[in-house]
Design a binder for this molecule. Structure first.
Ligand SMILES: Nc1ncnc2c1ncn2[C@@H]1O[C@H](COP(=O)(O)OP(=O)(O)OP(=O)(O)O)[C@@H](O)[C@H]1O
Ligand SMILES: [Mg+2]
Length: 738
């Protein structure tokens, strides 16, 4: 096999055939390339059967990419290898051998929606109240347990004394039983059950161990406990495990990824060969220097200095925008200019942001200039669930006959209105020849709908018709506010306390911003007009969406990918780094790794932008530049706008942008309601903490202290909905609750 396209260190890795091997290296140093070449080399030079090779990665996109890279090297035999995501490989194993542990080969896989429906059934059976604990909370908790391989039984042993955990224990057990009796597995189970199979049936494990003589894992730094176990068991016999990763790119702690898997590789696999790659083939030296400078600020990492043969390249282009629209306009103008000057094609650009809600303004700016774009791994703004729901409310206000919109929102957020009730309402409407909405007016006359359900429907009717009456007199922004508070949609997402729900809340406020901006351009209250305009616009959006457009995606979705020109946008405190990092060092370090991932996606040109003000939660607020901007070497930066980075940072008084100085976390509007309900939180306290203490944190909610480290002054706390965190008790807004 031709190894010309590899450097010395890469060759060393590719030519290592036996034993455990870890390739640990920074971004763009060819880890994925080494992994695919190694597989090709095994086949071509050692006549290894393709069917004895396994290669694992994290996303379907990455798996397909890997397959085609291998295929380009060795041709169609690729199809005999097992190349896939952890989940897809486990499915294959369970289809063949799941019968040992009671699963037929036709088991079904439950996606998140199915999973939710099943949890709901369990809620009913156990008489649990969805309003008290949202289904999502338990859904995340189950997933968290499974990622850490904690069974219901194990959970019970640890937490049975805690009365607040009893419901969860019952639910988790019932959920597992029902999955089993439905012959169903959820995503997390795919791994868990495979491991269970291997543990209970060593002879089954042995056949796979014998079959897979060579196992490969890309992005090893993001494996969680279950994935780690899976790999460990499979490779135990031959010990030919080849993993590649970069501790600096571990960005999935919130999904249970454990960076220690990579740090401990030598310990876990004695005699392992470690190969380090230092030459980067992706980016210019300026881009690399910037990345190195930022990631260096993370303590406790092994320093590695990426270098490149490539030229210094363009400087990093910095722009401070007046607000998010100005930022979007700047980006679009730059894209247009670069294309016009023949430097890049439209497919060469990627815009990376921290939160999904940021895409809206960017999409709009691209639309105005008719630049085709594609939102990768996510939905366009107007296709997102919460936005569609609110738009359906508006449609229903404008047109009470719109039964489709009615059905979309009658039980959204949850009002305990089930299929039976809908059938009865429908029959009632048919009988009277009215719309479903009108049928609600006389809900108390319908047989079989009574009590709370009837009240909920009556309330729904009241809200819609009440707002309908104001459509021509009241400003759309106010109607929006009344609707959102009337249906309690924010509260319902707040209760979930998950990243996903936080994103949805962001989007809801973003919609308010859109509405208010629209209205500013009108001389009359304009919800009707707004609705008409956006419906048209979102149709046009579809026209603009093409495969070869500008790419928009979150930083998380960009891992492993590369683009000639990258915009890293919204570099502002409490956005990137996220507000979650404001009093949590570990979160901040994870955000910094995310920043490193973002910077290192760029090949030739990198822009970093931030806005001085931003519409956020429906308010126009001043923003502080991100602490990461402060960490960027200004010598590498070229100022694009009127204001230099130095000036922006000076204005913001460096003190204010150092997260280390923040003692009192700013109140976060997400949690405004939650905070009000809780007892006042003592900020700086003389409280003492002991392992086992139940605590509540203003942002992360309820949790339990696991360890108290007096030397470093940190507490390790397991939060119900946010996993394990290390916090400084002097800074974090925590309170012992008994
Ligand atoms: N020896 C080499 N000669 C030429 N190009 C190379 C070489 N090694 C890697 N490359 C190219 O450099 C780019 C980055 O490689 P690759 O994606 O494998 O890096 P990586 O370490 O997996 O990055 P990440 O950490 O971002 O996943 C790719 O375009 C790859 O083809
Ligand atoms: Mg890679």
């Amino acid at each position: 096999m031709n190894l010309d396209g590899l450097n010395v260190a890469q060759k060393e890795a590719v030519l290592s055939v036996e034993g455990p091997i870890l390739v640990v290296a920074g971004a763009g140093s060819g880890k994925t390339r080494v992994l695919t070449h190694r597989i090709a080399h095994l086949i071509e030079s050692y006549d290894i059967f393709p069917s004895s090779i396994m290669a694992i990665t994290f996303t379907n996109k990455a798996a397909n990419e890997m397959k085609s890279r291998i295929e380009a090297l060795v041709g169609p035999v690729t199809s005999q290898m097992w190349v896939g995501t952890f989940h897809s490989l486990c499915v294959r194993i369970l289809r063949r051998d799941g019968h040992h542990i009671g699963y037929s080969r036709d088991f079904v896989i439950y996606d998140t929606a199915d999973q939710k429906a099943l949890i709901k059934t369990c809620f009913k059976a156990l008489n649990l109240d969805e309003k008290q604990t949202p289904i999502k909370t338990f859904q995340y908790k189950i997933s968290g347990c499974k990622n850490d391989m904690v069974t219901p039984e194990a959970y019970e042993i640890n937490f049975h004394k805690d009365p607040r955990e009893r419901d969860f224990i019952k639910l988790y057990k019932m959920y597992q039983d029902k999955l089993k009796s439905n012959q169903a597995l959820d995503f997390d189970d795919l791994l868990i059950k495979t491991i269970e199979l291997f543990k209970k049936y060593p002879e089954v494990l042995e056949t796979y161990q014998k079959k897979f003589k060579y196992i490969h894992v890309d992005e090893y730094q993001d494996t969680n406990k279950a994935q780690y176990m899976f790999v460990r068991m499979l490779s135990a016999k031959h010990r030919n495990l080849f993993v590649v990763g970069d501790g600096d790119q571990s960005i999935y702690k919130w999904r249970g990824a454990d960076i220690r898997n990579i740090l401990d590789f030598e310990k876990d696999y004695p005699g392992a060969k470690i190969v380090k790659l230092e030459q980067n083939y992706r980016s210019t030296q300026n881009i690399l220097d910037l990345a190195n400078g930022v990631i260096k600020k993370n303590p406790g990492r092994r320093d590695k200095n990426l270098w490149t043969d490539a030229e210094a390249g363009e400087k990093i282009r910095y722009f401070q925008a007046y607000d998010e629209k100005d930022e979007a306009r700047f980006i679009v103008n730059q894209i247009k200019r670069e294309i016009r000057e023949g430097n890049f094609n439209q497919t060469d650009f990627a815009i990376l942001y921290r939160t999904n809600a940021q895409s809206r303004v960017l999409e709009e700016a691209l639309n105005i200039e008719a630049i085709p774009y594609k939102v990768v791994g996510g939905l366009k703004f107007y296709e997102r669930k919460e936005i569609k729901d609110l738009m359906a409310y508006f449609k229903l206000m404008v047109n009470g006959y719109d039964d489709v919109s009615f059905l979309r929102v009658i039980n959204e957020p949850k009002r305990s209105i089930g299929d039976k009730t809908i059938e009865r309402l429908n029959a009632h409407a048919l009988e009277r020849g009215t719309s479903l909405l009108e049928a609600c007016a006389t809900v108390h006359e319908i047989d079989g709908i009574g009590g709370k359900t009837a009240e909920a429907i009556a309330e729904f009717y009241k809200i819609i018709t009440g707002l309908k009456a104001k459509l021509d007199t009241e400003y759309a922004g106010n109607i929006f506010d009344e609707l959102v508070s009337g249906i309690k949609i924010i509260e319902s997402y707040e209760k979930e306390r998950s990243e996903e729900a936080d994103g949805r809340i962001d989007n809801i406020y973003e919609l308010k911003t859109v509405i208010e901006e629209f209205e500013k351009r009108q001389d009359h209250p304009g919800l009707r007009d707004f609705l008409a305009e956006t419906t048209l616009k979102s149709d046009q959006d579809n026209i603009a969406e093409v495969e070869d457009g500008v790419l928009l995606m979150t930083l998380h979705a960009s891992k492993g990918l590369e683009f000639p020109s990258v915009f890293l946008v919204g570099l502002e405190q409490n956005l990137f780094p996220s507000f979650r990092a404001q009093d949590d060092m570990e979160e901040l370090e994870e955000e910094r790794r995310l920043c490193y991932v973002g910077i290192t996606r760029a090949e030739k040109l990198l822009y970093v932008t931030h806005a001085k003000n931003r519409n956020h939660f429906g308010r126009f607020e001043p923003r502080m530049p991100s602490v990461f901007l402060n960490e960027m070497d200004q010598k590498l930066i070229e100022v694009m706008g009127e204001r230099s980075l130095a000036a922006a940072l000076k204005d913001a008084k460096p003190k204010e942008i150092s997260v280390f100085d923040i003692k009192t976390p700013k109140k976060n509007p997400y949690f405004a309601n939650v905070t009000q309900k809780e007892a006042p939180v003592v900020e700086k306290t003389e409280q003492t903490f002991a392992p086992g203490d139940k605590v509540t944190h203003r942002v992360f909610g309820a949790g339990m202290v696991v360890t108290v480290d007096k030397v470093n002054n940190t507490l390790t706390i397991v939060f119900d909905a946010h996993g394990i965190k290390k916090l400084d008790p002097a800074i974090a807004p925590i309170k012992v609750i008994g």
